[in-house]
Write a protein that binds this ligand. Structure first.
Ligand SMILES: [Zn+2]
Length: 83
């Protein structure tokens, strides 16, 4: 008698999303890329929306994560640094 397992346990790996929502166009198409370029010893990150092309370059400080770079991008947008 084959008793079927009702459920298979799936391991859900929580990964930090790498694609963020754009503050300008609202599309989830913003990616953060760490470049090989450096400024004052810290790598530069390019935050870019794949939909509207809004781009922001910033210096990745130690311990900064991609999401922090994205937050700076959003701040820069709302403070009028980007347009
Ligand atoms: Zn956009």
């Amino acid at each position: 008698m084959g008793r079927r397992k009702r459920r298979e346990l799936k391991i859900v790996r929580k990964t930090i999303p790498e694609i963020f929502q754009c503050p300008k166009c609202g599309v989830k198409a913003v990616s953060v890329e760490i470049t090989k370029e450096k400024q004052e010893g810290s790598p530069l990150a390019v935050v870019k929306c794949g939909n509207c092309g809004l781009t922001y370059t910033l210096v990745m400080k130690p311990l900064m994560k991609k999401v922090d770079a994205y937050n700076k991008f959003v701040d820069a947008f709302y403070s009028g640094e980007l347009s």
